[in-house]
Write a protein that binds this ligand. Structure first.
Ligand code: PA5
Length: 470
């Protein structure tokens, strides 16, 4: 298989390197019992079907075939593939597309996209974004993929309703139906019912897989395949990482170690986790990870319903860009964060810097080297600066960014999140805090069935004018 493995280097989390602000081997040893129980819980939950996302690398042969056949049958008919989805139904598709394809994918002529359509993701409900989109594209040339596990998310369904209406104004019912493909739950929610009634092609999100763990279901696989991404390789990478993640020795299991180090870091007041990829292709991995980590671990109650207010705030950064923005804070600011540097060993392209200005020392040293070397050197330099400042950091290196290593990376973070949930003794798979906001929206709109919530909202204190500056 060659060197396809991800490297997980946590030297700079440890007190051997960064001094007394770091983690001691004893801190890890002290968690031995907790780690063993968490490992046992991971095995038990998987066996009981409570972690169905862990089986996705293995049980999707037919689904993958269906996706690929569908892609081949429709890809030539459309100029653009447009995802309508939000949160776990949008972040993965965006991150994978950015990681694998050209950053200018949509601007490339079709033959340079290997004949695949352009990709757009409409996640927010910003009216300007959607409206400007319609200025730019003819909806009758688009295939819309409405993705919603619950089939009732207002943001996504509002986009869907707008699109559906536009298509029916321009096309016959039969033709319009060919422009919509749904990805949703097999039985629950409105979307599956609508899809059946209106005859849309549908892909199913397995019921036991929650939104933020769904990238390796048709949620992520269909948009990826539609952009020519090798989804079988992604799943192979995830399966490869799954084998590694079965190891109960945390020194051989990067996902477990990530969770353990983060857990200790949180207990030492590192309430912020910065993810800083040193590759534009991995920039949106930070967004995807931010949702996974924040929504899974940010919990008020533990499993025994004690108030614990758990969580670690994910912050998104980009190397080297944020060296000129946030790194000052990371090195000299408070000891409240751990920094995760995501690096790449081999970039897919090389960019030589010409050997000019040799007579200007501050430029001459750059001449004749590559931007590849420059970005990697700057990453090492940031790692050094953080180390010198006694700040916790760890470095995850991909041999190169491809479908296989991406599958590994996504899966590793998913296992890390599940394992961190076990260490924190919380339910990493629900999101009651998100539900509250959703329900409040419904109540404000006067949606039937939300009268009690409306009363609760109406009983909140009036805002005081003296606290509003106009
Ligand atoms: O992780 C989650 O469950 C959420 O972020 C969902 O992905 C998000 O709310 C979208 O939900 P749905 O796919 O049901 O439309």
């Amino acid at each position: 298989m060659g060197n396809m493995g991800i490297k997980f280097d946590f030297n700079n989390m440890m007190s051997d390197f960064i001094g007394d602000k770091g983690i001691k081997e004893d801190d890890i040893q002290a968690l031995k019992g907790k780690i063993e129980s968490a490992h046992k819980a991971m095995i038990e939950k998987r066996a009981l079907g409570k972690m169905d996302w862990r089986d996705l690398p293995y049980n999707q042969n037919e689904i993958v075939e269906d996706i690929i056949n569908y892609v081949n049958s429709v890809k030539d008919d459309f100029e653009a593939f447009v995802v309508l989805g939000i949160g776990g139904s949008a972040l993965g598709p965006m991150a994978v597309q950015q990681a694998i394809n050209s950053p200018y994918y949509n601007e490339l002529p079709r033959e340079k996209r290997n004949g695949f359509p352009k990709l757009y993701v409409m996640d927010n409900v910003d009216p300007e974004k959607l409206s400007y989109f319609f200025d730019m594209i003819d909806v009758t040339k688009c295939l819309f993929n409405c993705i919603s596990k619950s089939g009732s998310t207002s943001e996504t369904m509002s986009q869907f309703m707008i699109i559906k209406e536009m298509l029916s104004e321009k096309l016959s019912k039969e033709e319009a139906a060919k422009h919509i493909v749904c990805t949703t739950d097999k039985v629950n929610g409105n979307l599956i019912k609508i899809a059946k009634e209106e005859g849309y092609k549908t892909f199913i999100i397995p019921s036991g897989v929650g939104g933020r763990f769904s990238e390796l279901t048709p949620v992520g696989l269909l948009p990826a395949a539609m952009c020519g991404i090798d989804i079988r390789k992604m799943l192979e990478g995830a399966a490869y990482m799954d084998e590694i993640c079965k190891n109960d020795d945390i020194y051989k299991n990067p996902a477990y170690m990530y969770a353990v180090l983060s857990y200790i870091a949180m207990n030492k007041g590192r309430n912020i986790a910065v993810m800083m990829p040193y590759a534009d292709s991995l920039k949106l991995i930070s967004d995807w990870f931010a949702q996974l980590w924040a929504e899974s671990l940010g919990k008020k109650f533990d499993n025994e319903h004690n108030e614990i207010f758990a969580g670690q705030t994910p912050v998104k950064a980009l190397g080297v860009t944020d060296q000129h923005s946030q790194v000052q804070l990371y090195t000299e600011g408070p000891f409240d964060k751990m920094i995760v540097l995501l690096g790449v060993e081999k970039f897919r392209r090389t960019m030589d810097i010409p050997a000019i200005y040799g007579d200007i020392p501050s430029l001459g040293f750059l001449g004749g080297v590559t931007q590849n070397r420059l970005i990697q050197t700057e990453q090492m330099a940031t790692e050094y600066a953080l180390y010198k400042a006694g700040k916790m950091s760890l470095t995850i290196t991909l041999p190169e960014v491809n479908e296989f290593t991406l599958g590994e990376l996504l899966y590793m973070f998913e296992v890390a999140t599940g394992f961190a949930g076990e260490l924190l003794n919380i339910n990493a798979f629900d999101q009651p805090g998100v539900e509250e906001g959703k329900n409040a929206t419904y109540a404000m709109f006067g949606r039937p069935g939300y009268d009690e919530k409306k009363k609760e909202l109406d009983a909140r204190p009036e805002k005081k004018d003296k606290y509003i500056i106009k």
